[in-house]
Design a protein around this ligand. Structure first.
Ligand SMILES: [Fe+2]
Length: 282
């Protein structure tokens, strides 16, 4: 089977957030994440930093409007689009300030929007600032099995690890990859359908220290971590942005091969944080 990893690798490029107070959110990403802002007439803003980008638009409520994945070239873009259309997935053309022409968007069965396209020549890697590549996005869902089915069988993500409740045998978390990194997307079983968090991958543990010190200066407290996740084996901590969206800083995320079979972990605090207490979604 053709997967994203084997035929059209996809990396998270930017997130499109909605905000009731966009200027406060813009200030946060400019000041805390070393991002530069370009504003548009409709009130939206694009923020760019080293290997990270965020689009912020005024909205009735806070949250994620779309996650955008970059493909390597136009040929992969055409190939993926054709594959999705053959599977009966409704594909819509979109115009994005960060993507070349031909980018498109799809919606999952619960309405989440995912964008695929080829990144414009943005030179994001050349921008100054602390290291942290936008790397993964995670959701809570009331329909975990249906989401896994869609993202694997229609979109072509690959399961890296499952977390399973040992008593009931129920799937609780699924980590999905779209290239060689352990996960670019994950879903937690939850009582609500909400955006769980997004993550910036740094170069090493000392970067985690430096980000921690930066948030400490602003009296923004870590609410989860520092620790090490079982699935993905990455070091991490989490804080919230101005809208209380959760963001994570990570290092040492595991790499995979295309042949790697899904792993299984028990649902426990130790799985989600082998160093100590974990934030258990409910
Ligand atoms: Fe994460």
């Amino acid at each position: 089977m053709n997967t994203l990893q084997t035929s059209t690798p996809a990396r998270l490029l930017y997130l499109h957030m909605g905000s009731k107070e966009p200027q406060r959110q813009i200030d946060f990403y400019q000041h805390m994440l070393d991002m530069h802002c370009e504003s548009y007439a409709d009130g939206s803003a694009v923020l760019k930093g080293p290997n990270r980008a965020v689009l912020i638009s005024p909205a009735d409520k806070h949250g994620l409007l779309a996650a955008a994945f970059a493909l390597d070239n136009q040929s992969h873009q055409a190939q993926l689009r054709q594959r999705l259309e053959q599977k009966g997935c409704r594909v819509e053309d979109i115009a994005s300030p960060l993507l070349e022409t031909g980018s498109f968007s799809i919606r999952d069965p619960q309405g989440r929007e995912t964008i695929f396209g080829v990144a414009q020549d943005l030179q994001l890697g050349e921008l100054p600032g602390m290291p942290g590549r936008l790397q993964h996005v995670v959701f809570q869902t009331t329909e975990l099995e249906a989401m896994v089915e869609f993202y694997v069988n229609t979109l072509g993500f690959t399961i890296s690890d499952n977390v399973v409740d040992q008593e009931t045998g129920k799937l609780m978390v699924c980590f999905l990859r779209s290239d060689d990194e352990h996960h670019t997307l994950a879903f937690f079983r939850g009582s609500k359908n909400e955006w769980d968090h997004h993550c910036y991958e740094t170069n090493e543990w000392n970067d985690i220290r430096d980000w921690g010190d930066r948030f400490a200066k602003e009296r923004i407290n870590i609410f989860f971590g520092p620790g090490r996740h079982g699935p993905g084996n990455n070091l991490f901590f989490m804080v919230v942005d101005a809208d209380k969206n959760r963001l994570e800083f990570s290092a040492e995320l595991e790499m995979t091969t295309a042949e790697q079979a899904p792993g299984e972990w028990p649902q426990s605090e130790h799985t989600l944080n082998s160093w100590g207490r974990a934030w258990m979604r409910s």
